[in-house]
Design a protein around this ligand. Structure first.
Ligand SMILES: C[S@@+](CC[C@H](N)C(=O)[O-])C[C@H]1O[C@@H](n2cnc3c(N)ncnc32)[C@H](O)[C@@H]1O
Length: 449
C-alpha cells in the first residue's frame, strides 16, 4: 500500500475506564458549546419539523406546529416522531472508547450507520473519498471494513486535522492491521472539498473514467478545532476572533465584526445565526468600533452577555445567543453554506453508477441545503431526460424495505438517482447519551443509479 503526502509519528494511546466515557461526553458537550447548543436551541425556538422530535422525546404532551397555512396544529407524539428516523443500530461502545483514548480526539458520529451505508451496497467499495477527514475516525474504520478498497482520498482544509488523519491512517496501515489490499493507494489533500473535481482528476485516472464508489461529508467542526481556544470557535474559552477552518484563509471573525457594513452584520446574525435579537446586537457590535472594536472571543461574549436581557432564556440565556452568534460568524468566515450547496452537486457528479454520497449535518441550515439539493439532483436528472428542464412529476416515491439493507426505511426513486433516506437518520439514544455533540446530527444519503 502507498501513502501519498507526508506524515508524523503516531499519537498517544491511553486506556480509559467506561466511567470516563460518560464524564468525557459531558465535558465535550460544554466544550462544544457551539454545535450542541445550536442544535438543541434551534430545535426549541425555530419549530422546524425536527425540533418537535427533540421536544416530544422528553414530553408526552401534544406538540404544536404551524401547518402550511400558518395556523397552529397539534401533533401527537407518534405523528411528530415520523419526521425523522432514529437509528436503532447497536452502538459499538468499544470503538467510541478507542477514539476517546486518543488525546484530544474526535468521536466519529453515527459511525455504525455510515459503515452500513457503504457496506451494504450491492457493489464493492473500490474507491472512497472522505471530504472531511478530520481525525480520520470514519476513514480508518471504512478502510478497515473494506479490504477490497484500492483508492482512498482524504480531504480537509485544516492542517491539524490533515496531519492527525495522516498519522492515524498511517499507523493503521503500518501496524497490526493488515486487512487492506496490497494495491491500496492513499492520497491526502489539504484542500477545501469544493475542489473535489480537480483533486480527483489529478489523483487517479479511475475517477475520471469510473467515478467514486463512496463519498462522505461529515460537516462542521472537529473536537480538535473547538477544544483549541486559539482557533476562536469556543464560546466558553477566551481566544482570538479567528474561526477559520483553513488558517491560510484571508477572512476572520475579527475582520467581519470590525469592518463589515452594519447591514451585513445584521444579515449574517439573522440568516446564519437565526438570532431574533439581531438588530440590537448589530447596533452594539457596530457601536463597539468607536471604542476600539472587538478583538477576542471574551470581548464578544461580554458584549452578548450585556446585551441579553435575563427575560431571554433566564440567567444562562446569553449562552444560547452567543452560540448562535458564533455559528453565524463561523458560517460567514468559511462561506459554509454556499460551499456546501455547490459541493454537493460536484460530489454527486463524481460518483460512479451505484456510488453513494453520505452527508452528516449538524444544524437545520445545513440539513435544509442537503435535503433540497438531493431533491434538486433527482429532479434535474429526470427533467434532463425529458428535455424541458421543468418536469412536473419528477420522481416516483417508493417505499423500500430491502432485506439486505435494513437501514433503508424509505427511499425516493428518480431515473438517475435514489435518495435512500427520505427521512434523515439521527443517532441512537445510546449514542446521544455518550456523545452529546451527536444529538443534533442528521445523516442523508443519495445514490447514483
Ligand atoms: C466533524 S469533523 C470530521 C471528523 C471526521 N469524520 C472523523 O471521524 O474524525 C469536520 C472536518 O471537516 C473539515 N471541513 C469543514 N469544512 C470543510 C471544507 N469545506 N473542505 C474541507 N474540509 C472541511 C473541518 O476542518 C473538520 O476537520
Amino acid at each position: 500500500m502507498n501513502i501519498i503526502s507526508g506524515g508524523r509519528a503516531a499519537g498517544k494511546f491511553l486506556t480509559w475506564s467506561s466511567s470516563y466515557l460518560s464524564i468525557k461526553s459531558d465535558i465535550l458537550s460544554h466544550a462544544y458549546g457551539g454545535d450542541f447548543f445550536v442544535g438543541l436551541y434551534q430545535a426549541s425556538i425555530f419549530k422546524s419539523p425536527y425540533c418537535c422530535v427533540t421536544r416530544a422525546a422528553s414530553s408526552s404532551a401534544p406538540v404544536k406546529k404551524k401547518n402550511k397555512n400558518g395556523k397552529e396544529k397539534s401533533f401527537s407524539l407518534a405523528e411528530s416522531l415520523v419526521k425523522r428516523t432514529r437509528s436503532n443500530r447497536d452502538l459499538d461502545e468499544d470503538v467510541i472508547e478507542q477514539h476517546l483514548s486518543v488525546d484530544n480526539s474526535h468521536i466519529p458520529v453515527m459511525l455504525g450507520e455510515v459503515l452500513d451505508v457503504f457496506s451494504s451496497s450491492n457493489r464493492q467499495l473500490c474507491s472512497f473519498v472522505d471530504c472531511t477527514v478530520g481525525a480520520g475516525g470514519h476513514s480508518s474504520m471504512i478502510i478497515e471494513a473494506h479490504p477490497e478498497l484500492e483508492c482512498y482520498v482524504g480531504l480537509d482544509m485544516d492542517p491539524v486535522a490533515h496531519e492527525m488523519a495522516h498519522t492515524r491512517i498511517g499507523a493503521l496501515l503500518n501496524g497490526s492491521f493488515s486487512n487492506t489490499s496490497s494495491d491500496l493507494r492513499i492520497h491526502f489533500h489539504l484542500k477545501n472539498f469544493k475542489f473535489i473535481k480537480s483533486v480527483l482528476s489529478e489523483v487517479d485516472e479511475r475517477f475520471i473514467h469510473k467515478g467514486a464508489d463512496g463519498i462522505l461529508m461529515d460537516l462542521g467542526m472537529s473536537s480538535m478545532q473547538v477544544n483549541n481556544p486559539e482557533r476562536g470557535f469556543s464560546v466558553l474559552n477566551d481566544g482570538p476572533l479567528d474561526m477559520r477552518m483553513n488558517p491560510q484563509g484571508s477572512l476572520t471573525a475579527e475582520h467581519i465584526l470590525n469592518s463589515w457594513p452594519s447591514i451585513e452584520i445584521g444579515r449574517i446574525l439573522r440568516e446564519y445565526g437565526e438570532e431574533s435579537n439581531w438588530f440590537f446586537l448589530q447596533n452594539k457590535i457596530v457601536k463597539s468600533r468607536s471604542t476600539g472594536g472587538l478583538h477576542s472571543t471574551k470581548e464578544l461574549v461580554n458584549l452578548i452577555q450585556n446585551s441579553t436581557p435575563r427575560s431571554r432564556g433566564g440567567r444562562q440565556g446569553w449562552i444560547k445567543t452567543a452560540t448562535r452568534v458564533f455559528q453565524a460568524l463561523r458560517i460567514a468566515v468559511n462561506d459554509e453554506l454556499k460551499t456546501l450547496e455547490d459541493s454537493l452537486y460536484d460530489c454527486f457528479d463524481c460518483l460512479a453508477p451505484g456510488g453513494r454520497l453520505a452527508v452528516i449535518s449538524f444544524h437545520s441550515l445545513e440539513d435544509r441545503i442537503v435535503k433540497q439539493t438531493f431533491l434538486d439532483i433527482l429532479r434535474r436528472n429526470n427533467s434532463e431526460d425529458e428535455g424541458d428542464g421543468q418536469s412536473s412529476q419528477p420522481m416516483n416515491k417508493t417505499k423500500e424495505m430491502d432485506a439486505e439493507e435494513t437501514w433503508i426505511k424509505r427511499a425516493i426513486e428518480g431515473k438517475n438517482a435514489r435518495i435512500l433516506t427520505k427521512r434523515p437518520i439521527t443517532p441512537s439514544e445510546k449514542e446521544g447519551q455518550l456523545n452529546r455533540r451527536s444529538r443534533s446530527a442528521k445523516l442523508r444519503v443519495i445514490e447514483k443509479v
